[in-house]
Design a protein around this ligand. Structure first.
Ligand code: SF4
Length: 206
């Protein structure tokens, strides 16, 4: 049974989660008392990310793009629309690009594609069969399964596309990490809860 809700959403970034991507020195050079205050102001579109002198231009540009994106929740009547579990190449990825695991809910895949394309992130996006559940609902309903991830990897011959067998799973699916690792024998890295922060996570882990 689906989790009761009238709107689904890609979790918007929260200031405390965003601040984990900042230097976290609370130096005050941006005019704020702490990195978390700066993050709050950036997310409210009151301050440009470039005001932190410790962020490189690429990181600040990426954050600025993320902040400008539409974070509107998805209407309930779009729930359960599915896409095929076929790998999607974003911005011409190469063998060192990350493999990003997601659900097969059409709107999640559409928005993740939009975020990654807008931020010029090179990646392989791999929808896995969750019966059209979004990631949070799929985890709740035990539909975010290691077996389905393994099947999607095999069906798409992903191992031949990348140098290292490493995948990034959504932060919302953290508790599935061990079962995915045990079944697939891939390294499993847990990404951020908010899909909007995925480009920053990838930049920080290059
Ligand atoms: S300048 Fe950067 S590191 Fe210093 S408090 Fe502001 S956000 Fe944090």
């Amino acid at each position: 049974m689906v989790v009761e809700q009238e709107m689904a959403e890609i979790y918007p970034p929260e200031a405390d989660e965003l601040s984990e991507f900042l230097p976290e020195t609370d130096c005050g050079n941006c005019g704020f008392g702490s990195c978390i205050e700066f993050a709050e102001s950036v997310l409210a579109k009151e301050t440009r990310p470039h005001k932190c002198p410790d962020l490189d231009d690429n990181f600040a540009d990426t954050l600025a793009t993320i902040v400008e994106m539409n974070k509107a929740p998805i209407p309930y009547n779009l729930m359960m629309e599915q896409v095929p579990c076929e790998i999607i190449e974003i911005n011409s990825p190469d063998k060192d690009s990350p493999v990003l695991i997601t659900c097969n809910f059409q709107e999640t895949v559409r928005i993740m594609k939009e975020i990654l394309e807008a931020t010029s992130t090179e990646a392989f996006l791999l929808p896995t069969h969750t019966h059209g559940y979004s990631v949070d609902n799929a985890v709740h309903e035990k539909m975010f399964k290691a077996m389905e991830i393994w099947k999607a990897i095999k069906d798409n011959a992903v191992e031949a596309r990348v140098e290292r067998p490493t995948m990034i799973i959504p932060g919302l699916a953290e508790k599935e990490r061990n079962s995915i690792r045990q079944l697939t024998r891939w390294e499993v890295v847990v990404g951020p809860v908010s899909g909007f922060l995925l480009p920053l996570f990838i930049l920080n882990n290059k």
